[in-house]
Design a protein around this ligand. Structure first.
Ligand SMILES: Cc1cc2nc3c(=O)[nH]c(=O)nc-3n(C[C@H](O)[C@H](O)[C@H](O)COP(=O)(O)OP(=O)(O)OC[C@H]3O[C@@H](n4cnc5c(N)ncnc54)[C@H](O)[C@@H]3O)c2cc1C
Length: 724
């Protein structure tokens, strides 16, 4: 705590302490007020300005210090100054005092409370940013929550001071008038309780609910407004309860859930069932990684006690195996399977023509039109190709076209240092390509902590990848010479140009949502004046039309198959039952992995995010180089890094680098999801010898760092005493 903060806290404690020590509360009682009423009135008649000033100052101090007595002072305001002047004075004094208490709470407690409960407060902040003034107004209007509590709690949120002041003054006005008015009849009042009869409190409650009800009405009116343009096209009856566009992870799961709950659902896919994950993403890339790992192990067979292994292979065979793997998994996502599950699957290109109608281009000039109560857009994302001069002339690969290669590129440039770029760069290097990986930023996998990025880079370089971070691609150049065409990419590194020759260039610089060509612009779901990276949705995954929802890569904020499937549940349920009950998509515990070797897996916060968000944390690390199973497998490298709440075993986030890190992470995902701390992981038996023991050892490391040292010293003395 800073000196100033310490001084202020001390001053506040002294002032509040003095109030109670000197029993100043006796001057803020109904009896005292009644006794001195005549005297106060006479004084006011004699010196009105001084009395108003003194009264104002006392009121502000009482409210600012959250002392009991504001109600009595409000009555006094009525009895001394009358209804109008009393109301004005009390209204300003109470609002200023409340705002000072709010500021004191923010200044003194804000940082420490924020550091401890940053994530929870972030959620509250979001609500406050959206509806803060409304809620505050309601709380002020309904005199059920003590006002000093409101001041102290609101100080911990990010509500603006000006908003706080005005919402408070407005919200407290009705109550102020009632009390000041009662003060004008002071002689008839026997107790404070009598002022607010149950009937009056009830009226306040109704008044308090009014803004909320009004807001709901405004929401409905706004909802009607977006539909107004289309209202004449709204069908009387609907062909479907739900139409889902796109049969990737998001669309498949959405339609499956809809079918399970007996909705009539149509799933439309314009290309391949299974979407990107099955056909161009997770599945082929992991199949490639497996073969590349095998080649690497064969090349390094000496590590396993085998002098040499001949790793002769044809790249075309490798690609054939990948295609076989995809084919083997295809039935899981096939038209037949989903039809069997009760989903009506249509192969065609869908376009949303109005909020309740989807038109499907079935090819060969055939069209089908379906009306539907709700629509889920699950059209995914596609590789982003940067507008590099010369790129068209040299040609390029993306994750969409890569899988058609039949020859191993001799020299491959991978543009992009993110997870996809790293996975593919390492695999091609292991298979024998000379790989140059280019990343504009200072390190690869920038979302991870620096030490994790460094481990990833070391792993890539160990496999022969030339990693050029801090290099910006400027242009591509094709030169025709006597030996044929030569292709180069020109890079800028700190003002110096560098040329890298290549046979193939792979763009892996990110993926952009598929947004164009199927009606989003016409419906106004995409704002023409605001370039969008994804479809904008609310927390229920609804677009500006509550019956049109989006899930998966097209909606973001994550681009993973398991997140697409997770969102699918919300999209299906909110799409089908949202009129009655909606669920906010929960992103509190999202895991992911990058399948380089060693794998990098994460759930929750890492250090750099904790710092960005101002979350206080402790770090515990366990080095996997020490793990028996890892040593036996010649995979003794990597770490488990756990972030916990200071002084507690509550897990904020985990990063694992090591063999099978993606699998190891599951235990921590479960723990975070269900609020289990490190003590619970430590108290769980882990099979010996497994990689999973790394999780337990990390928990053990945390425990060692949190031993009750004092107690153990005493226990040591006890044993010494027992030994005699
Ligand atoms: C190389 C690579 C590796 C990856 N590895 C992993 C990984 O290891 N783990 C992981 O979790 N994620 C991984 N991903 C990401 C993962 O593939 C995506 O997050 C996932 O596919 C998203 O699913 P989706 O349903 O949102 O979209 P998609 O799978 O893209 O499906 C969208 C579907 O919509 C169809 N469509 C689009 N417009 C229309 C229309 N108008 N009418 C009809 N159909 C339409 C498309 O044809 C497509 O089939 C990887 C991606 C790539 C490229």
């Amino acid at each position: 705590m800073s000196r100033r903060k310490l001084l202020l806290t001390g001053a506040l404690i002294v002032l509040v302490g003095a109030f109670f020590w000197f029993d100043l509360g006796r001057f803020l009682s109904l009896d005292y007020l009644k006794q001195r009423q005549a005297g106060f009135e006479a004084l006011y008649a004699e010196r009105p300005l001084q009395v108003i000033g003194a009264f104002f100052a006392v009121y502000v101090a009482v409210a600012a210090l959250s002392l009991p007595g504001a109600a009595i002072l409000t009555l006094a305001g009525g009895s001394i100054f009358g209804l109008v002047v009393g109301t004005v004075i009390v209204s300003f004094a109470s609002s200023i005092g409340a705002t000072l208490a709010f500021l004191a709470s923010r200044y003194v407690l804000g940082d420490s409370v924020r550091a401890r409960f940053a994530q929870r407060l972030a959620e509250i902040d979001k609500g406050v940013a959206k509806d803060g003034a409304f809620y505050l107004f309601t709380l002020r209007l309904v005199p059920l929550v003590p006002f000093f509590v409101i001041n102290l709690v609101m100080g911990l949120t990010r509500i603006k001071t000006g908003v706080y002041y005005f919402a408070s003054q407005l919200g407290m006005l009705a109550g102020t008038v009632v009390y000041v008015n009662a003060g004008t009849q002071l002689a008839q009042i026997d107790s404070l309780r009598g002022i607010l009869s149950p009937g009056l409190v009830g009226s306040f409650v109704l008044l308090g609910l009014f803004p909320l009800i009004a807001k709901k009405i405004v929401d409905v009116i706004q909802g009607r407004k977006v539909y107004a343009k289309w209202a004449h096209l709204k069908p009387k009856t609907f062909d479907r309860n739900l139409v889902v566009i796109g049969a990737g992870a998001a669309g498949l799961v959405t339609s499956y859930i809809a079918a399970v709950v007996k909705a009539r659902v149509t799933l439309i896919e314009s290309h391949k069932m299974g979407g990107d994950c099955l056909n161009y993403g997770c599945v082929p890339s992991k199949a490639l990684i497996r073969t590349a790992t095998l080649v690497r192990q064969m090349k390094h067979s000496a590590d396993y006690g085998i002098a040499r292994v001949d790793a002769t292979f044809s790249f075309a065979d490798v690609m054939d195996r990948i295609a076989r793997v995809v084919r083997e998994i295809e039935p899981h996502d096939s038209v037949e399977r989903y039809t069997g599950l009760g989903v009506d699957v249509v192969q065609g290109y869908a376009k949303v023509v109005n909020p309740w109608t989807v038109q499907i281009d079935l090819g060969e000039g055939r069209m089908q039109t379906l009306t539907t109560k709700s629509i889920v857009i699950a059209t995914g994302a596609m590789p982003f190709v940067p507008p590099l001069p010369g790129l068209d002339e040299v040609g390029h690969l993306t994750s969409d076209t890569l899988w058609g290669l039949r020859e191993l590129p001799k020299r491959l440039v991978v543009l992009g240092g993110g997870p996809i770029g790293c996975e593919l760069a390492q695999s091609f290097a292991r298979l024998g390509s000379q790989v140059t990986q280019v990343e504009m930023l200072p390190r690869v996998m920038v979302r991870e902590d620096e030490e994790v990025s460094a481990l990833a880079r070391a792993a890539l370089e160990a496999d022969g990848v030339r990693v050029l971070t801090g290099h910006k691609a400027l242009r591509c150049v094709k030169e025709t010479g006597p030996d044929g065409d030569r292709k180069f990419i020109v890079l800028d590194h700190a003002g110096t140009e560098l040329r890298v020759e290549f046979d193939q260039l792979l763009c892996a610089v990110g993926r952009v949502a598929r947004l164009k060509g199927y009606g989003l612009e016409e419906l106004g779901i995409l704002d023409p004046n605001k370039p969008s990276r994804t479809i904008e949705t609310n927390e229920y995954l609804q677009t500006i039309y509550p019956n049109i929802l989006a899930a998966g890569d097209v909606a973001g904020p994550y681009q993973f198959t398991h997140v697409a499937a997770h969102q699918a549940w919300y999209a299906a349920v909110n799409g089908l039952f949202g009129t009655f009950k909606k669920f906010k998509a929960d992103y509190s515990v999202i895991p992911w992995a990058t399948f380089i070797d060693p794998e990098v897996a994460r759930v929750g916060l890492n250090e750099q995010e904790a710092k960005e968000k101002g979350v206080a944390y402790e770090v515990t690390k366990y080095g996997i180089d020490d793990l028996d199973r890892a040593i036996a497998d010649s995979a003794a490298h990597g770490l488990v890094k756990v972030l916990t709440v200071p002084g507690k075993d509550t897990i904020l986030g985990v990063t694992i680098v090591g063999a099978h890190a993606g699998d190891l992470l599951a235990e921590y995902v479960l723990a975070m999801r269900h609020g289990l701390g490190l003590n619970k992981i430590l108290g769980t038996i882990h099979t010996y010898p497994t990689m999973a023991e790394a999780n337990k050892y990390a928990a053990g490391e945390w425990k060692r760092n949190h031993q009750p040292k004092r107690l153990l010293e005493w226990v040591g003395r006890f044993h010494a005493w027992r030994r005699g």
